[in-house]
Write a protein that binds this ligand. Structure first.
Ligand SMILES: [Zn+2]
Ligand SMILES: [Zn+2]
Length: 154
């Protein structure tokens, strides 16, 4: 199994994903734009216990969100790079920032979401599902990923 590796900008935080993620989101919502300071965020969804922190310290930062749901972002304690986050207080599920992978191209998006706030000059590829807001994971995720998610919240 491929182990995806990555880390923060200063190099203190290094991590390994112990398996492929369940699904990869490219989120164009305004929260993600504000929090990253750019056009969208690329999140690889994986069980938190499948992230091995090889070195460094992360600190969780609670983010205000438009929905009011909790969003906790794990940042390198030294340089502040966001490496992953947890939505809705569900710490067992991590959204790994794919841009922190050593090979950021390794995990292309499986879906584009919240395209209603997508910046107008970004052209989405044909062949990747895209949704105005959120989407129905039950119809889009592979069966194996749905089973992994079920196992997490069992
Ligand atoms: Zn760092
Ligand atoms: Zn978003």
């Amino acid at each position: 199994m491929v182990a995806f590796q990555g880390g923060c900008a200063c190099g203190q935080v290094r991590y390994r994903m112990l398996s492929a993620p369940m699904f990869v989101h490219c989120c164009h919502c305004h929260d993600c734009q504000r929090q990253t300071g750019t056009a969208f965020v690329l999140n690889a969804l994986i069980e938190t216990d499948r992230i091995a922190v090889v070195s460094g310290q992360t600190a969780l930062h609670g983010m205000p969100t438009d929905s009011g749901q909790p969003h906790d972002v794990a940042r390198c304690a030294a340089c502040g790079t966001a490496v992953w986050s947890h939505y809705g207080g569900r710490k067992v599920l991590s959204f790994v920032r794919a841009g922190t992978l050593d090979d950021p191209a390794a995990l292309p998006p499986d879906v584009h979401i919240y395209t209603r706030s997508k910046l107008p000059w970004i052209a989405l590829p044909s062949g990747v599902p895209a949704f105005e807001a959120y989407y129905d994971s039950k119809t889009l995720w592979p069966a194996e990923s749905l089973e992994r998610r079920r196992a997490m919240f069992r």
